[in-house]
Design a protein around this ligand. Structure first.
Ligand code: FES
Ligand code: FES
Length: 159
């Protein structure tokens, strides 16, 4: 089947077997390997991307379901010279260890901050509930999201 979609603001197309998941489409057709293959059954959140503004497990979505839709991946968030505040605060706090869960967690957090610029701790924990991390205790992850939210609010007020 032919799929046309927008990824990180660019129109893309591919011809793939109908059973292809969005995760495989991103990784194998477009070489966007930031979304990770963890459990591949919707349990871990390592494959999270943002689909039309909603953080989504890309292993559970078929390529045909994203026809004409807009996808945001970790590769679209920043370049090496200009980190997104979430990326910067995760790095500053040393929130991650192996980093495998990081792209999914950061994209879940981004959707939260897009919808709610001033979340409390419980709201951050709820937003990240579908993202498992095998290395950390989550404390510095939650702190980094709160710090990024504060920084982004400050940036908006200064603008
Ligand atoms: Fe998709 Fe685990 S790889 S939820
Ligand atoms: Fe290793 Fe989260 S830092 S899985």
């Amino acid at each position: 089947m032919d799929v046309k979609l927008t990824i990180n603001g660019e129109e893309k197309s591919a011809s793939v077997p109908p059973e292809t998941t969005l995760l495989r489409l991103l990784r194998e057709e477009f070489n966007l390997t930031g979304a990770k293959i963890g459990c591949d059954v919707g349990d871990c959140g390592a494959c999270t991307v943002i689909v039309d503004g909603i953080a989504t497990n890309s292993c559970l979505m078929l390529a045909g379901q994203v026809q004409g839709r807009s996808i945001e991946t970790i590769e679209g968030l920043a370049n090496m010279d200009d980190y997104h505040p979430l990326q910067k605060n995760f790095e500053d706090l040393g929130s991650l260890q192996c980093g495998f869960c990081g792209p999914g967690i950061i994209l879940s957090a981004k959707q939260l901050l897009d919808d709610n610029p001033d979340p409390n701790k419980e709201e951050i924990q709820d937003a990240l509930a579908g993202n498992l991390c095998r290395c950390t205790g989550y404390t510095k992850i939650v702190e980094a999201v709160a710090d990024a939210a504060r920084e982004m609010r400050g940036n908006r007020e200064a603008a």
